[in-house]
Design a protein around this ligand. Structure first.
Ligand SMILES: [Zn+2]
Length: 122
């Protein structure tokens, strides 16, 4: 079962996420499993909405030979999203990691131009 993540009271010094802040910075971690807290991760619902935006964008571009997602493709992508550890862990994932993962999952089932993926997931 996945950890519910409880942020520790203390921090550990690790390499800085943004080097402009200096070489190291204090980072929080989960007191239960030890996972370092990343910044900016989103919950699964954010990406479910992104999938709907992607679908709408494909509908809009039907004349450009882009087909909307089929029901089967939508279900397969949603099922893969629900079981993906990166998308389901807003605590230990950055938004960039999650977007990359989301694009990887979609491209596994369907070729979608990068410009459409950018509209849906940023
Ligand atoms: Zn945890």
């Amino acid at each position: 079962m996945a950890c519910a993540h409880i942020t520790s009271d203390e921090s550990v010094y690790l390499h800085a996420l943004q080097p402009t802040r200096g070489p190291v910075e204090a980072r929080r971690y989960c007191a239960s499993c030890g996972l370092i807290k990343e910044g900016g991760g989103r919950k699964l619902g954010h990406f479910i909405n992104g999938l709907a935006i992607l679908d709408r964008e494909l509908w809009k571009r039907k004349r450009q030979d882009l087909k909307p997602l089929t029901d089967v493709e939508r279900r397969l992508v949603a099922k893969a999203m629900e079981s993906d550890p990166v998308l389901n862990d807003a605590y230990g994932s950055t938004l960039r990691m999650q977007i990359d993962r989301m694009q990887f999952i979609i491209l596994k089932y369907r070729q979608v131009p990068e410009c459409v993926l950018e509209v849906a997931f940023g």
